[in-house]
Design a protein around this ligand. Sequence first.
Ligand SMILES: NC(=O)c1ccc[n+]([C@@H]2O[C@H](COP(=O)([O-])OP(=O)(O)OC[C@H]3O[C@@H](n4cnc5c(N)ncnc54)[C@H](OP(=O)(O)O)[C@@H]3O)[C@@H](O)[C@H]2O)c1
Length: 319
Amino acid sequence: MRIVIIGGNGHVGTYLVPRLVTAGHEVINVSRGRRKPYSPHAAWEQVEHVVIDRQKEETAGSFGKKIMGLKPDAVIDMICFTLSSASSLVDALRGKVEHYLFCGTIWVHGHSECVPTTEDQPRQPFGEYGIQKAAIEDYLLKEARLEGFPATILHPGHIVGPGWAPLNPAGHFYPGVFAQLARGVALTLPNLGLETVHHVHADDVAQAFVKALTHRSLALGESFHVVSPQALTLRGYAEAVALWFGRKADLRFLPWEEWRKTVPKEDVEYTWDHITHSPNMSITKARKLLDYQPRYSSLEAVYESVNRLVENGEIEIRS
Ligand SMILES: NC(=O)c1ccc[n+]([C@@H]2O[C@H](COP(=O)([O-])OP(=O)(O)OC[C@H]3O[C@@H](n4cnc5c(N)ncnc54)[C@H](OP(=O)(O)O)[C@@H]3O)[C@@H](O)[C@H]2O)c1
């Protein structure tokens, strides 16, 4: 197929674009041309790059027309964040593409009722990002079921890969937390450290997109969680990281209101966002319908990424 990927040179695209090329697809990457993939791959030489700024073209009302001008059989949309952005693109693509794959997020769920959370549970999103993604999902599912629009929605967890800092055991992104655990320095976690996070390796997200294309008839009109097989508690995550470095984690705990005063404001916001969601997602549906087979557990995905941070000297693990 001729596949247009919007935002294909980021975290997921680094793995997805080479997978699409090696599966025999013709791939066109749409971006502003600013970023480079995190890892090199010979497949990128076969990719056509088209520079389009989505925001600018949407403001001008010409984004959908520009995408259609690339004559796609399928469109993979990595960077859609508002309902208006989604609906204007769908209006342009309707009746003209075989498949539209939208990248959502597990944040569409807000907090969960029963865990592991399945795709059919009622959505209770909070925060503008999750609310908008849930509204887009709802809209696309209606378009698919009522109008036959060929949409599939994939909801990744916390995306991890070598080249950027993974979500850490304190629920934020400061890489120094890994160094603390490696050096045996005490780490204080909020509450009892039993809230959860749910990572996924970027290559497993890529795998799910490719498999959704392959299993198109089962994927149409459906949404799928794309995460590792199991979520982690913050405490269990911290203990496992310390063990990688031959240490027993020296963990302390503080109630949220006290803990929040001990870390910088930006980190507090990230941790709050993660622990109020405390995701623990089911992948049974993706396994069954798409044959999704994640290659990485959460810890394996994070390990690879932390190793790269160490190699690059971005974290100092020796005391
Ligand atoms: N990060 C996570 O942990 C996480 C978790 C769940 C879901 N998600 C979802 O994953 C998706 C993002 O995927 P990702 O992490 O692979 O993306 P990413 O690393 O943020 O990359 C974004 C891509 O879009 C391009 N881009 C950004 N702004 C653009 C614009 N105005 N016009 C055209 N291209 C633009 C960038 O290239 P240029 O800069 O060169 O334009 C880049 O290729 C989002 O839908 C997000 O909701 C992410």
